[in-house]
Write a protein that binds this ligand. Sequence first.
Ligand code: KIV
Length: 291
Amino acid sequence: MWRSHFSDEYPNFAGLKHKIMSVNKEVKRITTHSLQEMKHKGEKITMLTAYDYSMATVLDDAGIDVLLVGDSASNVMAGHETTLPITLDQMIYHTQSVVRAAKRAFIVADLPFGAYQGNSKEALVSAIRMMKESGVHGIKLEGGTEIVDSIDRIITAGIPVMGHLGLTPQSIYKFGTYSVRARSEQEADKLKTDALALQAAGCFALVLEKIPAALAKQVTESLHIPVIGIGAGPHCDGQVLVVNDMIGLTKGFKPRFLRQYINLYDGILGAAQSYIKDVKSNDFPNEKEQY
Ligand code: KIV
């Protein structure tokens, strides 16, 4: 039904579909191995968050290397103040949608707060649920040496793990602010120790969030696994942003590290206002927009 309607409206659809399918045949999935190779070749890794099918389709078509189903979904999708409330079930739901969309990107999902901090057995159960129920390719956990046992157990089960150090939003109430982390020598030393411990435990990559660029450079150069930065300067092996921030959907959120590539908030606002005006004034639908 939908297809014949779609073909009526778009007569070149059959040709287009053929073109898309032949392009799709050649699509090679990014793997942990490709990411490792990119680090060795000095090719920067691109990562963005995604939480739903439509956005993941666009980002995958654009050629993004890694899609992160971040627990920032708690903020940007659900409107919570922190990442703490989002549940494992909700993360699995978001991840399933992204997995259905992405043909090329390597997909990583956050294990949410409360799904792995208890003990390593709980962490493994959560990681297995995420892998089995969503079809994701790897998971991300926040923390250093204190969660190495859990990471070890998860990796032993064959699940790729990405680490996350620096600003770790799941611990926001421990720190009290979202300010730059590891400015003091003591904190910087702890971060370097944690980074080495995560690599030794077998993490395939590491996210460094909101730390001084010089420290991120040192860590990136000292590790053989890829380091992806957010607010961590230009020397990391790759960069990640929360997509809603990058496309200007999160109104008023403009930290120094963010580059906003489009202002979708104003774009959508304008479109919605035009639609409201057109419907109210009987301009929409017109003769061509009806059957
Ligand atoms: O949840 C998230 O979006 C993240 C990124 C900021 C790295 O963890």
